[in-house]
Design a protein around this ligand. Structure first.
Ligand SMILES: [Zn+2]
Length: 118
């Protein structure tokens, strides 16, 4: 079976390029080729091909992560966290969040998000 993300960028596995947003771990386990888990903190990841140019979006679900293994326990919960992996830019995690004082949700870097929720 070919993984979805092997079709998006042949020869590249996004999990060779990203580290876990919660713990900076780089060891991941995939059981059924659909979901991937961080070996250290149990965050889970799903991969989608980006719609226009070659690349992937990696979504991170932190709801079942082990809080004691994370560097950013603030990110454990029901957040929309994603990372775009493309040829021309290094992968960076972003968090979609609607601040109570703002009208719309926005996409933040980890650093800005942590500042925002303090
Ligand atoms: Zn992790």
């Amino acid at each position: 079976m070919t993984l979805k993300f092997e079709q998006a960028l042949p020869g590249r596995n996004p999990f060779d390029e990203i580290s876990c947003i919660l713990c900076n771990g780089t060891e991941f386990t995939s059981i059924d080729h659909a979901s991937v888990w961080c070996d250290k903190c149990n965050a889970s990841f799903t991969v989608e091909a980006t719609s226009n140019d070659p690349g992937y979006t990696v979504d991170c679900d932190t709801r079942w992560a082990w809080i004691t293994e994370t560097e950013y326990p603030q990110l454990v919960g029901d957040f929309k966290i994603y990372c775009v992996v493309k040829n021309d830019e290094p992968p960076r995690w972003r968090i979609i969040y609607q601040h109570p004082d703002k009208k719309n949700s926005d996409s933040y870097s980890v650093k800005d998000f942590l500042k925002l929720i303090k």
